[in-house]
Design a protein around this ligand. Sequence first.
Ligand code: MLT
Length: 266
Amino acid sequence: MNHRDVPNVTRIVVHGESGPVLLLVHGFPLDGSMWDGQVDAMASRCRVIAPDLRGFGRLGPPPLGEATTMEQMADDLASLLDSLGISEPVVLAGLSMGGYVALAFCRKYPGRLAGLVLCDTRAAADSPETVKARHETARRVLAEGTGPLADGMIPRLFAAGSLDDRPELADAVRRMALRADRRGAAAALLGMARREDHTGLLSHIGCPTLLVVGSEDVITPPEEMRAMRDAIDGARLVEIPDAGHMSPMERPAAFNGAVGAFLAGL
Ligand code: MLT
């Protein structure tokens, strides 16, 4: 596995020698290691890139300001592809916050996409209540760090059965959250709070699109992702049984099978 340092993003994993580029974008407050169950498994059919976004992971540059917008993160991904000399259209997969970034990328750089995989995410903007809660959470993260944030999130991130079967998943999330820069996590919260509503974009997505959701996802539930599927021309939705919000970590074989079939059809 090849780890590289590239400006504006942190840990980069580039794995695989041939096939389409699959750029995997992590959720909040995680990092590229959430895709460890995908990187090796997918490398026989594509070139996998799993960066840490600005403010996350171990080596990342600090956030640029008080808020890191989804557009800034999308710009960072475009710079990453430029730095790696990748000008061909890529398959972009984003989970939750990574999905918000993927939609921002799709709006700004549609010509750079060969395919889109939206995982456990939503197109809608935050409600006023959620915006208020995010500001409060950002204040707490700045004061207390990301540990209490992770402990509060973990029960909602996974299907109950996943944590019973594999308690190490909670430890992995805790470790990722603790690696995040507290200013980076707070800035991403404020960036998510001010993100655009991308519902209207869905009917204009021009590349093949796959949606994936855990059947027990309580954060971005299957009903919401079914509505997104219905709005995107030709899109397919795969619901992963016995998985919650972290479907790629919880059920990697089912997740990788769905993405592999999508890549084979491009
Ligand atoms: C994530 O998993 O990235 C977050 O749950 C996204 C969010 O807070 O909206």
